[in-house]
Design a protein around this ligand. Structure first.
Ligand code: M6R
Length: 622
């Protein structure tokens, strides 16, 4: 949650900060602010609302302001008002910071500082960091070390001294009015990247705010800080141990994060799925020879093939993809598999025996609960693999090995192309493990050939977007929807309900279809829409029974069926078709109409699809 961006260079900082904040706005959008350092004073402008609200209160940019901080917030501590917005100054006015993360011991530290006479203005945990740095900078801590340091060294020392007191997570950008040419960044648990340009530096929560300026970047690790000046930068730990960091290439382009003619990132990303899956599977599937190669986990394949217990863990949409994975690993590879919510897994006492493999799935690679699940699994001795989209993200780095989605940047808060790419990676892995453990080479080859056709089949579904919009229009006024599916399409029903909820604010529940009669059937009233995924497969006749049960009670049916299914027409108030595919591959197709249905319903209800209320793209707090 929250996006931070900071600039130090030769250009006017303010427009660069604002542009960067716009690119990070998907990380949080309830308040925003900037701090600029000029002539020995820090000027802060902040407001509740979005970046355009901030722009409205800014002064004209001044070319001499070449150092500054920016922040877009997703509130954790304190309501999203102007006072709680970042940047936060310290009580002396010398320090200003922007923060992404949560400080768990902020209450204790606040009380201690208040007892020392420090006055607080906001309700945030962040102000504690600002005041702690300011306090140590102003008064030292009585130690010989603090007495001996001076000037810039004292600023760095005060930052390190304060950070060592913090429990929790932070990505920080820090300014001190005494040093108009110094910017400090520090990281623990929240992402922070330093873009290194030609005579300029951009410190940001993610690469989206950097690529316009440079593709060269340094990824900070936990407990590391960077001090940046016009002459260069140096990195060290918060315990003052110098470290050398390699420059990495940012792997995506500006074009990939722009709207490119689409009205919303979500719609663009829905339509990008044929390409995203082609890239995701490119070089990995060899349909000719019936082979799959997942380079990132090559050296773990033997262990995976022998495992007796696989745990998949993730949150939200990624968890739904994991559930599809569970069914795939059971069916194709006969591996006992469980899919766990990372938020539950991290606090349980999971059984991790010798040979247990844990696979963490995350688009952003920054989700706090999933990251904590990685740590928990590692502590208990499991091999931990990642299925992650964002290259170089915390989860990608914390896992033993992994497979990148290569789906391209996903900006829309509602996850779409990441889901299909996650399922594609899980399918490839399940087919490969299946071939090594349970199914014949012929069967594996058949699956791989079918897999290769998925991107084209997705393109055919996308052609129905206008038809799906009409279905959305006929039902968008209904406040309760059900999504029902069986077998491999049960996780898709969960995903369809989540999509509708998060962007259209319609209450929706996803269920295995047969569960409806154990309670939720009581909800069915006249005209209430129930979305059925009733594609060809072993459970087709069963789901037809569930459709009849809904219609008998006056409910409306929106049915996702296989192309050419004439029989189903008479049972559908609204029909959407998908190309035929084996049941195990259907989730990558049947989810498409549900993504479009949610998108169009949200648009018809007048919502901001890319920035739904109360949400943010990456949940980097618990
Ligand atoms: O970045 P991650 O895949 O770890 O994110 C997990 C969830 O927060 C995410 O899928 C969330 O549920 C989406 N907003 C759903 O569209």
């Amino acid at each position: 949650m929250c996006g931070i961006v900071a600039y130090l260079g030769e250009k006017c900082a303010q427009p660069i900060l604002i542009e960067g904040l716009k690119r990070l706005e998907y990380r949080g959008y309830d308040s925003a602010g900037v701090a600029l350092l000029d002539g020995g004073a820090i000027r802060i402008k902040k407001t509740s609302g979005r970046i355009n609200a901030l722009e409205a209160i800014l002064d004209e940019p001044r070319t001499e302001d070449t150092l500054g901080l920016g922040h877009t917030r997703w509130a954790t501590h304190g309501e999203p008002n102007e006072i709680n917005a970042h940047p936060h100054p310290d009580y002396t006015g010398k320090i200003a910071i922007v923060h992404n993360g949560i400080i768990e011991n902020y209450g204790t530290l606040k009380t201690w500082l208040q007892n020392e006479g420090v006055k607080f203005l906001s309700d945030t945990d962040t102000e504690v960091i600002a005041n702690l740095i300011g306090y140590f900078y102003a008064t030292g801590d009585g130690s010989e070390e603090s007495k001996q340091c001076d000037g810039q060294t004292k600023f760095e020392w005060a930052v390190q001294r304060a950070l060592r007191e913090l429990h929790g997570t932070y990505g920080l950008g820090i300014l001190c009015a005494d040093f108009p040419n110094i910017l400090i960044g520090a990281k623990k648990g929240s992402p922070l990247i330093l873009g290194v340009g030609d005579g300029e530096y951009i410190l940001a929560s993610d690469a989206a705010a950097i690529v316009e300026h440079t593709t060269q970047a340094v990824y900070l690790a936990d407990n590391e800080m960077v001090t940046i000046s016009p002459g260069g930068f140096h990195t060290k730990t918060i315990d003052n141990v110098p470290i050398t960091k390699e420059l990495s290439e940012i792997e995506f382009s500006l074009e990939q994060i722009e709207l490119g003619g689409f009205e919303h990132h979500m719609l663009k990303e829905i339509f990008e799925q044929p390409k995203a899956l082609t890239t995701c599977m490119g070089g990995r599937i060899d349909a000719q020879n019936g082979r799959i190669k997942l380079g990132g986990i090559d050296s773990y394949l033997r262990e995976l093939t022998r495992t007796k217990h696989l745990i998949l863990t993730a949150c939200g949409t990624a968890w739904h993809a994991g559930l599809v994975g569970e069914f795939l690993f059971e069916q194709l590879a006969r591996i006992p598999t469980e899919t766990e919510y990372a938020s539950e897994f991290r606090y349980r006492n999971p059984i991790i025996e010798d040979g247990t493999v844990v696979v963490c799935i995350s688009q952003s690679g920054e989700t706090a609960d999933t990251l904590a699940a990685v740590e928990q699994a590692k502590e208990r001795g499991a091999t931990v693999l990642g299925i992650v989209n964002v290259v170089g993200s915390s989860i990608a780095r914390a896992t033993d090995a992994g497979v990148y989605l290569h789906a391209g940047p996903e900006i829309g808060v509602a996850s779409t192309k990441a889901f299909t790419a996650q399922v594609a990676v899980l399918t490839m892995l399940a087919v490969e493990l299946g071939r090594r453990r349970h199914i014949s080479s012929n069967e594996a080859t058949g699956h791989i050939k079918e897999l290769a056709q998925i991107p084209d089949k997705i393109s055919r579904i996308l052609e129905q977007s206008d038809h799906i919009k009409q279905i959305a229009a006929a039902n968008a006024g209904q406040e309760n929807w059900l999504f029902l599916g069986r077998g491999f399409n049960y996780p898709v029903a969960l995903e369809g309900a989540l999509k509708l909820k998060e962007i259209s604010y319609i209450h929706a529940e996803g269920l295995p279809a047969a569960e409806m009669k154990h309670g939720p059937i009581a909800l069915i009233v006249d005209a209430m829409p129930t979305v059925f995924i009733a594609t060809a497969g072993p459970q087709y006749n069963k789901i037809m029974g569930n459709i009849a049960e809904v219609r008998a009670r006056g409910g409306k049916t929106i049915i996702i069926a296989t192309e050419g299914d004439e029989n189903i027409k008479q049972h559908a108030d609204h029909l959407i078709t998908v190309p035929d595919a084996p049941e195990i591959l259907q989730p990558m197709l049947t989810v498409l109409p549900l993504q479009l249905l949610a998108y169009h319903a949200a648009m018809l209800r007048g919502h901001d699809v890319d920035k739904p209320r109360n949400l943010a793209k990456s949940v980097t707090v618990e």
